[in-house]
Design a binder for this molecule. Structure first.
Ligand code: SF4
Ligand code: SF4
Length: 398
């Protein structure tokens, strides 16, 4: 494992994301603790020292899990990062309430109350890194609110030693939003966590966001480096091009090596679900191995061929409030597949699970209001339903 720095702290170049831990019974809030603990133990024994969680991950269970999982290790042997869930809050008299607070494990509290609950859930006295979760055009109503004073609060917690380093994550639509927020709060933050990968460099202006952060002299923590697994599962034609140049290297390794070309990237987070994934990723980060010019050009070509994809990262934020219990990210993956002629093209909702049938969407819009990628989900599902209606029937399976 090689290491980089955030504000003088030596952090592992690969960080452990805790939003895609293995689960039981297909339930996101039912973490398979035995398997997940194996992954954390592997991480600790292979040099990973940065562990990222958030209030909302795994329906509120990720913080509980990682707090317990790291309990066996000396506190100074790991860095724990968590996030204040302002992006999912609305203001009410006397504080805030989670706008999906009908679900178990959601805050209905003051800023102080949420923070204390997070320390308790993680079984720690302080966070090494603490972020405002998804500072964006929408969540500024909370983060800039003059009564809630969220930024003042986290600064105070830092002064009291309960936070060592401050940052924020962002899925803002515009790089300008990040730039403006940093300018308003110059000197407060040490790092910013953004969605960064070779596809979003152009598709979601990750380039502009990276440059805005670097302009303020800050480090970048990467989320969605393989886009929720999408860049690990490329269409066959694209994968063949990569493997012709580097036989044996997976698509995920290409995506992660691309990130090694960016000097101000400190930590690349990966939400690793299996021991196989973490084993491969640890190998990829054994030493820096950035892409050469020929490899960069090829990956640009691959990215350009995917620019019409719906940019879903499979974060699953949208599924929690869907009244029809639709598996929205899987439906969007099928939609992308059908549009781009890859392996999902045989997707047949008549024989699939009802949760995979876009025709069952009632267009309520609950999903779109929560999607960090600002995907117009009901419109995509309606278009997909229309495509399925017009498609000729599949030949019978043999
Ligand atoms: S718009 Fe459709 S997919 Fe979205 S929450 Fe409503 S029913 Fe579910
Ligand atoms: S549609 Fe949006 S909220 Fe839903 S899984 Fe994809 S990126 Fe996440």
């Amino acid at each position: 494992m090689y290491y980089k720095e955030i504000a003088g702290v030596k952090v592992s170049a690969l960080g452990m994301g805790n939003m895609r831990l293995p689960t039981l019974d297909g339930k996101d809030d039912n973490i398979n603790r035995e398997k997940a603990q194996e992954i954390i133990d592997y991480a600790m024994s292979h040099g990973i020292n940065y562990f990222d969680t958030a209030y909302r991950y795994h329906g509120g269970q990720s913080e509980r899990f990682i707090g317990a999982a790291l309990k066996a290790y000396p506190r100074e042997s790991f860095y724990l990062a968590s996030k204040f869930p302002g992006h999912m809050m609305v203001k009410k008299e006397g504080g805030m309430v989670g706008f999906t607070s009908g679900l178990a494990g959601w805050p209905d509290n003051t800023v102080e109350g949420v923070f204390k609950e997070q320390l308790d859930k993680c079984q720690v006295d302080y966070f090494d890194f603490y972020l405002l979760h998804n500072m964006s055009e929408q969540s500024l109503t909370i983060y800039d609110d003059p009564d809630l004073k969220v930024v003042d609060f986290v600064k105070r917690m830092k002064a009291e030693g309960k936070i060592r380093h401050l940052g924020f994550s962002s899925h803002a639509s515009s790089a300008q939003t990040i730039d403006d927020f940093l300018t308003r709060h110059e000197g407060v933050f040490d790092f910013v966590q953004i969605q960064l990968n070779y596809l979003d460099w152009k598709l979601q202006d990750a380039k502009g966001k990276y440059e805005a952060i670097v302009k303020h002299g800050l480090k970048v923590v990467v989320m969605e480096g393989v886009r929720g697994g999408r860049l690990a599962n490329l269409p066959e034609e694209q994968l063949a091009k990569l493997q012709a140049l580097r036989p044996g290297d997976s698509a995920a390794r290409w995506a992660l090596r691309w990130l090694q070309n960016l000097p101000e990237v400190a930590v690349v987070l990966s939400g690793m679900t299996t021991l196989e994934q973490i084993t491969e990723n640890v190998e990829t980060f054994a030493a820096p191995n950035p892409l050469n010019e020929e490899e960069k050009a090829l990956l640009r070509e691959v990215a350009d061929s995917m620019l019409n994809w719906v940019p879903c990262t499979a974060c699953r934020y949208c599924t929690e409030g869907c009244p029809m219990e639709l598996e929205i990210p899987r439906i969007i993956a099928a939609y992308n597949g059908m549009k781009n002629g890859d392996f999902m093209a045989r997707y047949d909702p008549d024989t699939a699970d009802p949760s995979l049938d876009p025709r069952r969407c009632v267009g309520c819009g609950a999903c779109a209001s929560i999607c960090p990628q600002s995907i117009r989900i009901p419109e995509i599902l309606a278009e997909f339903a229309d495509m399925l209606t017009k498609r000729p029937p599949f030949p019978p399976r043999r």
